[in-house]
Design a protein around this ligand. Structure first.
Ligand SMILES: Nc1nc2c(ncn2[C@@H]2O[C@H](COP(=O)(O)OP(=O)(O)OP(=O)(O)O)[C@@H](O)[C@H]2O)c(=O)[nH]1
Ligand SMILES: [Mg+2]
Length: 390
């Protein structure tokens, strides 16, 4: 039979462990098609949590203890626990579960049902219908949790998952094997493990579903959640997102265009030293086109780079694409003037310059021109080769 391990990291949870283990063993009786186990990962808690676990282990063969010599943080404990649980070839699922009874254990069979239905990962969620946070939470804590999750959803631009910070999850072997190799970074030793693990699972395209549960405040023991929690999560969030944006092709395309505009203006100064005015304008445009071509080939489309022998033909195509963009802008400007007309929108104060609808046609023209350029670059000049799958 397939095995599941409920992993409980503990640090000074003696009283809680005494309560939660029997409750879990009781819930396990409802699960028929999984062999259920508990694995407590204790960091040699001073309150001797481990002793209590050992007593349970003697009486119940489903209860296991993994004892760490020193405190390693939540992420460190989960990595060790998961490695141990998945050592057993029959293990298909591990649960993340807190010792402090905050996580409703009666939901475990529902989590497993979702796994049976084909989901790769199940999240206990406080922020979907049926879920909730304690009423007695102060405004401060409610605000932090709710707004924290909204910030995370916004930064990661993923609103399909509502509870990113919860610690009640079921993770299949498939997900573990894909994500675990990327979790051995120092930043994941603490609570950042949770958001990091989930973010990576989402990015890898695993099927994830949320199951609602009502979070219950711990009544025994103390929270290990420190102030660095918010700071570390924010650092993680903005770093990974920043990197994702910087790696984004559209972003590189826009930056390349910006550099091109700068190159055009600066080279115009130089060309005018040696060429007549019209020729200098033309030369500066062409210089910008060379710059754009090189940045596109070595950066924006580096993964589809064309070889030196293809430069002449590709460079001609690139020039035609750029000319196409100019034609598009001229057509839009002309159409705008003839179909809608030129009339004043507002007047800039102090300098008394009139801003008219011509500016709107220009902006639309630039945007459509950029759209055309990106299309030409990605579908014609640096089109995907047949073998590459992206
Ligand atoms: N092994 C181990 N367990 C830890 C460590 N830090 C926290 N834990 C356990 O992780 C679980 C969650 O920790 P809590 O302190 O309850 O944190 P939380 O649930 O996010 O926050 P609260 O809402 O304040 O309870 C508990 O079972 C803790 O004992 C650690 O460094 N090592
Ligand atoms: Mg807790």
């Amino acid at each position: 039979m397939k095995k599941a391990f409920v992993i409980i990291p503990t640090y000074n949870e003696r009283e809680n462990i005494l309560k939660v283990v029997p409750i879990l063993l009781d819930v396990f009786k409802q699960v028929k098609n999984w062999e259920m186990n508990i694995l407590v990962v204790d960091d040699s808690s001073p309150d001797k949590t481990a002793e209590v676990v050992e007593d349970f282990a003697k009486k119940h063969k489903q209860v296991h203890l993994l004892l760490n010599k020193r405190k390693q943080g939540l992420g460190g404990a989960y990595l060790k626990g998961m490695a141990k649980a998945f050592e057993d070839k029959d293990t298909e699922v591990v649960f993340e579960f807190d010792a402090d009874l905050s996580h409703d254990p009666t939901k475990i069979p529902i989590f497993l049902k979702k796994i049976d239905e084909g989901y790769d990962m199940v999240l206990g969620s406080r922020y979907i219908p049926g879920g909730g946070i304690p009423d007695n939470w102060g405004l401060h804590r409610k605000f932090l949790s709710v707004v924290g999750n909204i910030v995370i959803m916004s930064v990661l631009t993923n609103f399909t998952i509502r509870d990113w910070t919860g610690g009640y999850r079921a993770i299949t072997r498939k997900v573990y094997e894909a994500v675990e190799p990327e979790m051995h970074d120092e930043k994941f030793t603490g609570y950042t493990f949770q958001i990091g693990f989930l973010h990576k699972s989402v990015k890898k395209g695993f099927k994830i579903v949320e199951v609602p549960f009502r979070f219950v405040d711990r009544t025994i023991g103390v929270s290990k959640l420190g102030n660095e929690y918010i700071k570390n999560n924010l650092i993680y969030l903005f770093k990974v997102r920043g990197k994702e944006v910087a790696d984004n092709r559209i972003f590189k395309f826009v930056v390349t265009g910006g550099i091109g505009a700068l190159v055009q203006l600066l080279s115009l100064i130089l060309w005018r030293q040696i060429l007549p005015y019209e020729a200098a304008i033309f030369a500066s445009i062409e210089t910008a086109i060379v710059s754009n071509f090189l940045f596109s080939n070595f950066w924006t489309f580096a993964d589809r780079k064309v070889g030196f022998s293809q430069y002449p033909s590709k460079f001609i195509q690139f020039n035609l694409a750029s000319a196409g963009s100019i034609v598009i802008q001229l057509v839009i400007a002309t159409l705008g003037k003839n179909l809608i007309g030129l009339f004043e929108l507002f007047r800039l104060p102090l300098v008394h310059i009139s801003i008219d609808t011509g500016m709107i046609y220009a902006v639309v023209g630039i945007l459509v021109g950029m759209f055309w350029n990106f299309f030409a670059y990605s579908k014609i000049i640096w089109k995907k080769s047949k073998e590459s799958h992206e």
